[in-house]
Design a protein around this ligand. Sequence first.
Ligand SMILES: [Zn+2]
Length: 302
Amino acid sequence: MLKKSTPLTSIPTSGHGHGSCLSVAAAAAAAAATAAATAAASSTADLAGKKIQSGRELSFVLRASSDTLPTEVNLRRWKIQTSAVCCLCSQPNPTTFHVLNGCQEALQQGRFTWRHDCVLSSIVQFLKDNVQDGSTIYADIPGFQATSNPPSTVPPDISLTSARPDIVVINRNKNRVTLGELTVPHNSKQSMCNAKDRKANKPNYLTLIQELGEQFDNVQYVTIEVGSLGHTIQSDFHASLKYLCNANVSKQSLRVIMQDVCKTAITCSQSMFSRRKLSVWSSPPLSFYSHGKFTSRVYNPP
Ligand SMILES: [Zn+2]
């Protein structure tokens, strides 16, 4: 007899028209419309849930939001150089968006993946401290994969799927599995909502969820979006982490982890921007914030 199969649960979203989502758009629009640092600072602080502590991080976010970073376009506009092409892919007129989210060569080189994995590491560190007793965490970062050849986050005794969710939390005692998928999109409201929709409807994930539903009483699938400049939709972010933990998590802990992932995304974007002219990329160790502190860690196998 088949056990109860729980259909795909894309996390109960605040909705694209919800206030928290609108606040992202409002902040982005406000920041783009004016370079007034005070106004942008206020919006950014609100979205991060807490003021970004480091002046360096805040300065980067403000300059990115007001398009005053030394992009190739701005360097030409400021008459510091005569041409404006991406140093990696030679695309003309590369913007901040191109450097942080759009460059296909940067994507191929693994720059975006490195930032994604740093943010993922921050989340995994949080899960280690907060998941329900008896749970096992698998994640698509070294030391947390279920199998390494080929890498997988789904244990082979459960499924031989080719799908590789970023996070899989399994509690065999409770007959429960929760899948999580992280995206670090551009900061705009539309990009974040698009990322959520795209991930929620990935065909191979839908197949995997159906398969898991034959084995587990409770199957959940959540998405997490963290903007490349540290924006999150707070209600969605908190809800997704609560599902993954399936345990009581204090508001204080949720507040801290949201700060941690925001600051991790910003720090990584800042590093990527500062290295945008280097044609060769070698991913640094995964670096991230945890409990408010910056750490660089090489994971050991569990
Ligand atoms: Zn490029």
